[in-house]
Design a protein. Structure first.
Length: 153
C-alpha cells in the first residue's frame, strides 16, 4: 500500500460487519485487517493471541504491528470489492488444515446459534443479517434449529 498524502483528511476507520467478524473468527489462522489508510481495524482472536493483545484498541501503531506480523510469518493479501481497494488482510500461519469460506460461515452460524440458545432472531441480529437470510443459510448448509442449538439433517 502507498502512504496517504498527509494534507488529505483521513476518513474514520471502517466498521467490520458482525457477519464479517463471525466469519473471520471461524478462520483457523490469525487475521488482521487494515483499511486503505493503513490502520489496523480488526484482528480475530487467534491473531490477538499470537500478538499478545487484549482487544482491537491495543493493536498499536500500524508500522510496528506490520513488523510483528512479518516476524510471525504473516502473508498479505489485498482486499477488494470489484475494482475498488478496501485495504489489506494479513494472515498468520494456520493452526489446522485449511477450510473453505462456506465451512467457516457455517461454523460461525452454528457457534452463534449455540451462543443464543437456538434463538434465530438473536442469532441473526448478532450476525448482522436478516432472519430470512439466516433461514436461507440454514437451509443451504443442511442445518435446522432445535431446542437450544442447531442440528445437522
Amino acid at each position: 500500500m502507498t502512504p496517504r498524502d498527509k494534507s488529505a483528511p483521513v476518513p474514520p476507520p471502517p466498521v467490520v460487519a458482525p457477519l464479517g467478524r463471525a466469519v473471520m473468527e471461524a478462520f483457523q489462522e490469525g487475521v488482521v485487517v487494515f483499511d486503505t489508510a493503513g490502520r489496523a481495524v480488526y484482528a480475530n482472536a487467534l491473531a490477538k493471541r499470537a500478538l499478545g493483545i487484549a482487544d482491537d484498541a491495543h493493536l498499536g501503531r500500524p508500522e510496528v504491528l506490520r513488523a510483528r506480523l512479518g516476524v510471525l510469518g504473516g502473508r498479505t493479501a489485498p482486499l477488494r470489492a470489484g475494482g475498488s481497494p478496501l485495504g489489506e488482510a494479513v494472515f498468520l500461519p494456520r493452526s489446522e488444515d485449511a477450510r473453505t469460506l462456506a465451512e467457516r460461515e457455517r461454523q460461525a452460524i452454528v457457534d452463534t446459534l449455540e451462543g443464543t440458545g437456538g434463538r434465530l432472531a438473536e442469532a441473526a441480529r448478532r450476525l448482522g443479517i436478516s432472519r430470512t437470510t439466516l433461514w436461507r443459510r440454514l437451509k443451504a448448509y443442511g442445518l435446522r434449529p432445535r431446542n437450544g442449538g442447531p442440528s445437522s439433517t
